[in-house]
Design a protein around this ligand. Structure first.
Ligand code: ZN
Length: 145
């Protein structure tokens, strides 16, 4: 199997069964992000306990890339501390802005590496970032309380 096909498979798996999806209580912050160029929407909640991201819950509509990316993000950040989650956000952002030239760190980004190929398509980069941006925003709001 070619690496592009493997990446495609990972994205479709997350899209078909989104991990941690649905809106849950309790939560400290809720944000809504839209990507009008594609029609993607995500409503996302974050709950922190101390410095730990104890839950990220969300409702999303839109393309397979946006929804799969949000699912992967939730997998990677829930149960870890905030600094780890924000660090992964930066790493994912760098990869997505790298026009396909940046070799992703599989040990840290896990299924997130599947979006490395998407970075070659500028129109889809926002799709892959919507859930991550929503996560970062919600963290900032939760911490401001
Ligand atoms: Zn999209």
């Amino acid at each position: 199997m070619k690496v592009e096909e493997l990446y495609q498979e990972i994205i479709l798996d997350h899209y078909r069964s989104k991990h941690h999806s649905g809106l849950r209580e309790p939560y400290q912050a809720e944000v809504q992000h839209v990507n009008p160029t594609c029609g993607d929407e995500v409503r996302l909640r974050v709950h922190l306990v101390g410095d730990t991201v104890s839950d990220v819950s969300y409702e999303s509509v839109g393309c397979s890339i946006s929804q799969a990316s949000t699912s992967v993000m939730a997998d990677l950040v829930i149960g870890h501390d905030v600094a780890h989650g924000l660090g992964l956000y930066e790493e994912f952002l760098t990869m997505m802005q790298g026009k396909g030239q940046i070799e992703p760190n599989e040990e840290r980004l896990e299924d997130g590496i599947a979006f490395a190929g998407v970075a070659k398509f500028p129109a889809r980069v926002k799709c892959a970032l919507i859930g991550w941006s929503a996560f970062r925003d919600a963290i900032i709001q939760a911490r401001a309380q």
